[in-house]
Design a protein around this ligand. Sequence first.
Ligand code: PMP
Length: 348
Amino acid sequence: MDIKNLQRENIKTLRPYSTARDEYKGQASVFLDANENSYGSPLPENFNRYPDPLQLDLKDAISKIKGVPIENTFLGNGSDEAIDLLFRAFCNPGKDNVIILPPTYGMYEVSANINDVEIRKVNLLPNFQLDLEGIAEAIDENTKLIFICSPNNPTGNSIVRTDIETVLANFNGLVIIDEAYINFAKQRTFIQELTEYPQLVVLQTFSKAWGLAGLRLGMAFASSIIIDILNKVKAPYNISQSTQDLALAALQNIGQVNEWIKTTVAERELLSKSLLELAMVKKVYPSDANFILAQVDDANATYDALVDRGIIVRNRAKVTLCEGCLRITVGTPAENEILLTALKSLTN
Ligand code: PMP
C-alpha cells in the first residue's frame, strides 16, 4: 500500500511553513531570528522563546517508556488534534468517506462534519464487537479512514484483537486504533505492531491514566510516512513550552501513575459489583476502562436525581445500543461511596 497516495493532492504538494527554529537549529548566543521578546517574560520562568516545533526532548522521554522511535511519534494538543489532522491530511471534503463504529467516541463524527467528510456508520454488534461483514460492505474506493476505539468509549470493552487484525489485513486506507483507555485494559496495545502495518495509527493520551487532561497532550504512533504528513499539516508550535516542560516532569512520576492505574482498576471492580447489587441497576457492562456503562430502570430520572445531589455522570440514554444507560467514571473510594449512597436513597 502506498500511504503517500492516500493523502490529499494539495497536502502532497504542500510546502509547509518553515519556522525560525527549523531554519537554524544549532547553538548560538544571540537569537534575533524569531521576533520574540528579547528581554524576557513577566513570569518567574522564561517563556519568551518559541518551543521546539517537533518536541524532540519530550518525544525522546516518551520513546523510552513506550519503546516507539521518535520518528514514529506525533504529539498533539490532545489526541483530538491528531484526529482532526488525519481528516485534514487524508480526506478530500465532499468526496472521501470514513467509517466509524457507533456507539463510540463523539469526536470522530464531529471532526468529519467540520471537514465536510462523509461518515459511514457501521454499528457495533449487540456484544459491542465489530460487525466485520458490515464494515467490508461499507468500504469503497473513497474510504480513507476507519476509527476503532479500544477500549471503546462509552461501552468500556476492548475490541477482539483478531477482529482488528482482520480489518488491518483487508483495508487499504488508514486504520486508527484509539487507545485512550489502554492503561486500564488487560488487552495489549497495538504500538508494537507498527512495523507490520504501514497504515496503522495508534492514538494514546495523557488525559486519562496520566492524570493530565488539563495539559492537553495526545500521542499518535504510526509509520514515519504518516507522522511526516501530520507534522507537515500541524500548526508550527502546536505544543506549548509549558506543556513540554510539565509533561517531561510528569514522566518522572510513572510510579505514581502505575499506582493510580491499579487503584482505579480495583475500584472499578468494586463499583461494578456494588452497582449490580442495586435493584434499579439492570446491567453493568464489563469494563476495560476507567468508567462503567450501567443500564438502569430510568436513566433520565436517575441522571436528574443525581444532578440534584451534586453528582454528575454521563447520560447515554439516547445513544445507539446504550439505551437506558449511564456512563460513570470511576472516582476515588469516597466519591464512589457518595454515588452509591445516593443511588441507594433513590431505590428506597
Ligand atoms: N479518545 C477517546 C476514546 C476519548 O474518550 C477521549 C476523551 N474523552 C479522547 C480520545 C480525547 O482525548 P484528548 O484529551 O487526548 O484529546
